[in-house]
Design a protein around this ligand. Structure first.
Ligand code: SF4
Length: 217
């Protein structure tokens, strides 16, 4: 996530308009992750981010071109079909560029008792200002946890006791019940072997690496 000094184009609207209502343009999805928030979680990586942070873990997530178009309905079904899930985490890419659809998804999984966490390159203050992305407050209203702030490479932290990947980032706990569940660490990674044999490596705060695409990472 990029430093605050960089000029950010706040209008990716043309590309976002291509996403039909009720759908998300995603980069990836994984189940039963234990390194992207408290407990066992589904993780959704959305496609599209404008910040181009040096050292970004997911540069393939920057483009707003259509990647995997998935309906909110379908994702909700998948998340709820796995009884191990206690929550869902939104990462990216920038989740708040697709805030309305994510808010809708969050509302539905929360109705079934799951908690919801999101990363964002925006600060909470920016999200709540007149310059925040459309629907930002609706998504914030659904969140139990928010990790905010751009990733700043010079402030990177890889520490077993750190909840954030760069020291400028903040953990906002909106649900006090999760206050004692802040037990993930910025130096953890996890490897998922999918049914088709491909692997997904995740951790380091929202990192998503498909080994077939990023063999050198
Ligand atoms: S995905 Fe995160 S780290 Fe990467 S450019 Fe966007 S805000 Fe920065």
């Amino acid at each position: 996530m990029q430093g605050q000094h960089k000029h950010i184009n706040l209008n990716p609207a043309i590309e976002l308009l291509e996403i039909p209502p009720g759908y998300l343009n995603t980069m990836g999805y994984v189940e039963e992750s234990e390194v992207n928030g408290p407990g066992c979680r589904a993780v959704i990586w959305v496609q599209g981010c404008l910040r181009e942070c040096p050292g970004c873990y997911n540069p393939d997530s920057w483009s707003f071109e259509m990647n995997q178009l998935v309906s909110v309905e379908h994702l909700v079904e998948r998340i709820l079909a796995n009884p191990k899930h206690e929550g869902v985490t939104f990462s990216g890419g920038e989740p708040f560029w697709q805030a309305p659809a994510l808010a809708h998804l969050a509302q539905q999984v929360k109705a079934h008792g799951l908690n919801v966490m999101s990363f964002t390159g925006f600060t909470l203050e920016r999200l709540q200002s007149d310059y925040g992305p459309a629907g930002a407050q609706d998504l914030i209203d659904q969140l139990d946890l928010l990790i905010d702030g751009a990733y700043v490479e010079s402030l990177a932290v890889h520490d077993p006791h750190s909840l954030v990947s760069s020291s400028n980032q903040r953990v906002h706990v909106f649900n006090p019940a999760l206050e004692d569940r802040l037990n993930w660490a910025s130096d953890q990674i996890e490897v998922h072997v999918l049914k088709d044999g491909s692997r997904i490596v995740t951790g380091y705060y929202g990192q998503l690496v498909d080994n077939e695409l990023h063999a050198g990472d």
